[in-house]
Design a protein around this ligand. Structure first.
Ligand SMILES: Cc1cc2nc3c(=O)[nH]c(=O)nc-3n(C[C@H](O)[C@H](O)[C@H](O)COP(=O)(O)OP(=O)(O)OC[C@H]3O[C@@H](n4cnc5c(N)ncnc54)[C@H](O)[C@@H]3O)c2cc1C
Length: 642
């Protein structure tokens, strides 16, 4: 670190997508890894002019002014949302039986029709196109309500709205496309999103569905097969990702993925199979086959070759539905547990009085509060500025929210004991209260897998967390570049870090916003200091590992987890501070108690992650996994049915 003594100003970095792709050294990757990376890098959004709050946390810049005071929903927006939510809640309570939907594997037609009539398929679609024109905050509130009652309906409405036709068209559609398709989907014509294929899960580079332009260039002919298309069985119109002819860029062939809006009654489309799952039993999810399906060029969204950008950008906001739904499901779990822990007596006391159960309830309560705080905070960021850079915040809300919701459902099952494991209909048949925890558990499990699995979310967040460093020092570490380029880059990077690095050792936290209760202010000071510890630890890991850091997924995951917990702490303190200002003395105390406990427990998790940066079994574990995968390890394979 000999460059620490001088402190020049930070270099101005104005990256483009091409720059971003070129800052990662791909020379040690195999062809498949390189293709996957280059394709997703080219599709990355790189909003250089927009600041990301969480991006700042990873760089030691904890700008609390960006998230304090907790944004209050404006009264007009809240009233509009309330009117719709009251209707939706009444309908869910009176007309939607989650157990029946689960048992029959079907959502009654009348339920879908009524959802359409009340506007649930066009919540965010502007009124001029026939939608309700509600905000992201109101949409999140609706997702929470749905998630608290029925996961099948949540998935139906969310796949339609968050990733199906509405969201990509709201973001990227031309006026003609909006006029043509939005009124249809707003009124209840179901839509879907088709990206996944047999060989395409998390890695779109291997896509085989193709769209070839016709000789006159006015149409494209789609051939291929899409897997697990939620709503595909019922949809009238879907968004399909297909490979279009490659482009030559700088003498190299570049794969092109294009997004098409496809009417399901177009000749050549067939739903060949309805898929069935562990949970979400009434999902209308299918395999969709395309044989010479001719689609007009004007149905392309955003432009030829921009399909992955459409998919990734759509999901950045679309991903907010799941944490909202998870917050709803988690609140429902708390409701179940509260009743049971208060009435079930074992060993002479209500089970809620036994410390082992109380410990679970405290964790469930605090984490539910944090989940909702993050979701509402990010939703308000979207409402404030449609162009806000919320990629990291939304990815963290999704990753953290879905993982915690799974633990919460698991704890709920444990607290309900044998009754948690028994089906609703069996409980009912023998006269016990029918509570469907086992259904909730089956339904909840998928959330950490779809819309970006937890592993892919960690990689995505890690990529963005490293981005500022890659821009400054990527060229230095890139063995593909000649020394003549790497040396000046090293000088520039050295100058940058000479200014940046010492700041990461400053002992004090950032200023605490006005009105934060004392018990929470200490957590915010800690979070601010810890953000700098995170930044310098990340820098040390980069210096130690160089380009190899990209392969250290478990290590990078710890940095991601620290950032996620810090964001959750700050969002929680911000919301609790706002609640403490407005409510009664009781409300104030409860909000502070929730946030205080959450922060205290998040700190312990953060400390564990920091400890794991230097003391871990990552490499040993990797070797063991490869041994298990390659060899026949006798004690592990003997004595079972094969
Ligand atoms: C119920 C359901 C509904 C769905 N709905 C839709 C839909 O509407 N539209 C649609 O297009 N798709 C849909 N999908 C597909 C879903 O998005 C994919 O399942 C998901 O992207 C994961 O892909 P995969 O299952 O092929 O897993 P894979 O990509 O094969 O991954 C398997 C495992 O490896 C991990 N992994 C993969 N790559 C890496 C890596 N580089 N580093 C570390 N770990 C890695 C994954 O996280 C996962 O744990 C749905 C799936 C299900 C089950």
């Amino acid at each position: 670190m000999s460059t620490l003594n001088s402190a020049p100003s930070e270099p101005e970095v104005k990256p483009t997508a091409e720059d971003a792709a070129s800052v990662i050294d791909t020379s040690k990757m195999n062809a498949g890894q390189r293709a996957a990376l280059e394709l997703t890098e080219a599709a990355r959004e790189t909003p250089a002019d927009r600041k990301s709050f969480v991006g700042g946390l990873f760089m030691g810049d904890c700008d609390l002014s960006a998230v304090f005071p907790f944004p209050e929903q404006n009264p007009e927006d809240r009233d509009q949302g309330d009117a719709f939510l009251q209707r939706l809640e009444k309908f869910l309570k009176e007309k939607v039986d989650p157990d029946e939907i689960d048992r029959t594997g079907e959502v009654p037609d009348e339920v879908i029709a009524e959802l359409g009539r009340m506007g649930a398929f066009g919540i965010k679609i502007a009124t001029q196109y026939g939608g309700l024109g509600l905000s992201q905050t109101n949409y999140s509130r609706a997702a929470m309500l749905l998630g608290s009652h029925d996961a099948n309906l949540t998935a139906l409405v969310s796949a339609h709205q968050s990733i199906g036709v509405p969201q990509p068209l709201i973001m990227f559609g031309t006026e003609e496309q909006k006029k043509k398709f939005l009124p249809r989907v707003a009124k209840g014509e179901i839509s879907a999103f088709a990206l996944t294929e047999q060989g395409v899960g998390s890695d779109p580079a291997t896509m085989t569905t193709r769209a070839e332009p016709t000789a006159d260039g006015k149409y494209f002919t789609i051939n291929g097969e899409k897997l697990w298309c939620t709503n595909g069985v019922k949809a009238g119109v879907i968004v399909v990702m297909a490979q279009t002819p490659p482009k030559i860029v700088n003498g190299k062939e570049k794969k092109q993925v294009t997004a098409f809006i496809v009417d399901m009654d177009t000749p050549g489309i067939e739903v060949t199979h309805r898929c069935h799952f562990m949970g979400l039993r009434a999902l209308y999810n299918g395999v969709v086959k395309f044989t010479n399906v001719v689609i007009p060029r004007e149905n392309i969204v955003l432009g030829e070759g921009k399909g992955l950008r459409v998919a990734l950008s759509t999901l950045n906001t679309g991903r907010l539905t799941l944490p909202a739904a998870c917050a709803g499901a988690s609140k429902q779990c708390l409701r179940i547990v509260k009743k049971w822990a208060n009435e079930r007596v074992q060993w002479g006391a209500n089970i809620g009085k036994h410390a082992a159960i109380a410990d679970k309830i405290a964790r469930m309560a605090a984490n539910t509060f944090a989940m909702e705080s993050m979701t509402l905070l990010v939703a308000s960021m979207v409402d404030k500025d449609k162009k806000a850079d919320i990629r990291l915040e939304a990815a963290i809300a999704k990753m953290w929210g879905t993982e915690e919701a799974w633990r919460i459902v698991d704890d709920t099952m444990q607290i309900r004991g044998g009754r948690g494991y028994e089906t609703e209909s069996s409980l009912k048949a023998r006269g016990d209260e029918p509570i469907g925890v086992e259904r909730m558990m089956r339904d909840c499990r998928i959330n950490t897998i779809f819309e970006g699995s937890s592993e892919i979310m960690r990689l995505f967040i890690a990529r963005e967390m490293l981005d500022p460093h890659l821009k400054v020092s990527g060229a230095v570490l890139d063995s593909r570049k000649p020394m003549g380029e790497r040396l000046p880059a090293a000088l520039k990077a050295g100058m940058y870090y000479a200014g940046w690095y010492p700041k990461q050792w400053l002992p004090f936290g950032s200023g605490i916003p006005d009105g934060v209760p004392g018990r929470l202010a200490k957590h915010l000071r800690w979070a601010s200091k810890t953000s700098r510890k995170l930044a310098r630890s990340l820098f040390h890991a980069m210096a130690k590992n160089g380009p190899k850091l990209e392969r250290e997924q478990v290590l990078l995951g710890r940095f991601v987890d620290i950032g996620a917990e810090l964001f959750a702490m700050i969002a929680t303190c911000s919301r609790a501070s706002a609640l403490a200002k407005t409510g009664s003395e009781n409300d104030r105390e409860e909000a502070i108690q929730l946030a205080d406990y959450f922060c205290a427990s998040a700190k312990l998790r953060i400390d564990r992650s920091f400890h794991g940066l230097s003391d871990n079994t990552d490499h040993q574990g990797y070797k063991l996994a490869q041994t298990v995968l390659k060899n026949s390890v006798k004690p592990l394979e003997d004595g079972i049915v094969k």
